[in-house]
Design a protein around this ligand. Structure first.
Ligand code: SF4
Length: 178
């Protein structure tokens, strides 16, 4: 995964490291949190629950892969109320994702990408009236698949916390199939 990590760092991510897909655990409790809908994405697009499929279906998706990478974009915020900084971090993370996706897709056309938040590939999602416009490109979040992000990082020896007044967005690319 050395080359993939290099591509991720060149794409702008602050940190990246190898992911052993066998360490990923999907939890029903995380899916239950989606239903609370704090992020207001639940039931609004094809990449979030319930449309992204049952935990069993997500498990089947994940279990096809052996290796991947975890990617992170970290920002230093002025304080815990620095909403502008948080918004900018979201934009930067998205841009890093786009660059890395483009570069990695050439080498790994069957990769599974799990990002942060709901899918925002289209200006307006077709959900629920029409099928997804880009089923091969739509991006679910790690949480939508039932992952505790901190646990996945920890299991792969990648820090998640980089000090007070920092915020880190995390995603992963599942690259090599079994
Ligand atoms: S690719 Fe477009 S239609 Fe499909 S889930 Fe994403 S936003 Fe919705």
């Amino acid at each position: 995964m050395e080359e993939a990590v290099k591509i991720a760092l060149e794409s702008g991510f602050s940190h990246a490291g190898p992911l052993d897909c066998s360490t990923i655990e999907l939890k029903e409790e995380v899916r239950k949190l989606c239903e609370v809908n704090t992020c207001q994405q639940y039931g609004t697009n094809w990449a979030c629950p319930p449309a992204c499929g049952s935990l069993e279906k997500c498990t089947e998706d994940i279990r096809q892969y052996k290796e991947g990478i975890i990617v992170q974009t970290t920002a230093e915020l002025e304080d815990s109320l620095d909403f502008e900084g948080m918004q900018q971090l979201g934009i930067d993370h998205e841009e890093n994702f786009k660059r890395a996706t483009e570069a990695l897709r050439e080498k790994y056309p069957d990769m599974l990408i799990l990002g942060t938040g709901g899918c925002n590939i289209c200006k307006e999602c077709t959900y629920p009236d029409n099928p997804c416009r880009f089923p091969d490109k739509k991006v679910s979040s790690m949480e939508a698949y039932g992952m505790i992000v901190n646990d996945v990082c920890k299991a792969n020896n990648i820090p998640y916390y980089y000090g007070s007044n920092t915020l880190t967005y995390v995603g992963c690319f599942l690259l090599k199939k079994l």
